[in-house]
Design a binder for this molecule. Structure first.
Ligand SMILES: [Zn+2]
Length: 258
């Protein structure tokens, strides 16, 4: 009861409304000016389009963007992975072969366990094998790795189908073919021709998707990188260059990384 009149008394003295009204026009004027400042600021310090750090003296260009030397060299190195190399290809083949055998066996085990054939598994084989090939090849890509991935993925499918025919569904196979003697020999033969014995037209879809996976994942990376550019060569211009100039780097191509 006592506080209210006291507060009212303070408010009336602290807030002489005419004084508070005066600063209002100032912020209105201030709002209009700031946008101009940030717009002018960035061109002063050219930054790498990839890492955002200030560009050094030597730069690279990717399409119409400029990147620093560290990023440029790292990206140029990525491009190197597209090239064929015998050693990595061989280790890729070894790891891919292992993956093909393992994934084919897993497929047969699935069929044995569930008594159903999941054609979808073929896609999994394509994914698993292509990644194994790439890992074995140290991240290399391109046609040689793609070919390897496709062939080994199909091998994984053939192994899987072979194991399904000669092991998971052997009873069925034996009855269908009327096999009574020499089971071991017939099992071996059935293993080789399992993909034909247990073929259904829908398989073509699964095999196609497996091949597509094996082709897609290790395909070459193509980056339109150029450089290195010496100090001052392209420094200020490319950073603020219009995005429409996509072909500009074609005209100035000092040192192609390939
Ligand atoms: Zn950078």
């Amino acid at each position: 009861m006592n506080e209210q009149p006291a507060n009212l008394g303070l408010d009336s003295t602290v807030a002489p409304t005419p004084a508070a009204a005066q600063p209002l026009p100032a912020p209105v004027a201030a709002v209009a000016t700031p946008p101009a400042l940030p717009a002018n600021a960035p061109p002063a310090i050219p930054a790498c389009a990839n890492c955002g750090k200030p560009l050094g003296e030597t730069v690279y260009r990717i399409s119409d963007r400029t990147v620093c030397q560290t990023c440029g060299q790292a990206i140029a190195k990525l491009q190197d992975l597209n090239r064929f190399a015998g050693g990595p290809w061989m280790t890729g083949a070894m790891l891919g072969l292992g993956a093909a055998i393992i994934s084919g066996a897993i497929w047969a085990i699935l069929v044995k366990a569930t008594d159903r054939q999941f054609g979808l598994v073929a896609i999994g084989i394509g994914i698993f094998v292509s990644r194994a090939v790439m890992r074995g090849a140290g991240g290399r890509r391109g046609p040689s790795i793609q070919t390897l991935s496709i062939l080994l993925s199909l091998l994984g499918v053939v192994i899987g189908k072979g194991l399904i025919a000669s092991w998971a569904r052997w009873d069925e196979t034996r009855t269908a073919l009327g096999i009574k003697d020499h089971e071991t020999i017939f099992r071996a033969v059935t293993f080789c021709f399992g993909a034909l014995l247990y073929f259904s037209p829908l398989d073509l879809l699964w095999y196609g998707l497996a091949v597509w996976e094996a082709w897609r994942y290790p395909r070459a990376i193509r980056i339109p990188i150029s450089g290195p550019y010496a100090p001052g060569q392209t420094h200020s211009a490319p950073v603020t260059a219009t995005p429409s100039g996509g072909l500009q780097f074609d005209t100035v191509q000092p040192k192609a990384p390939q």
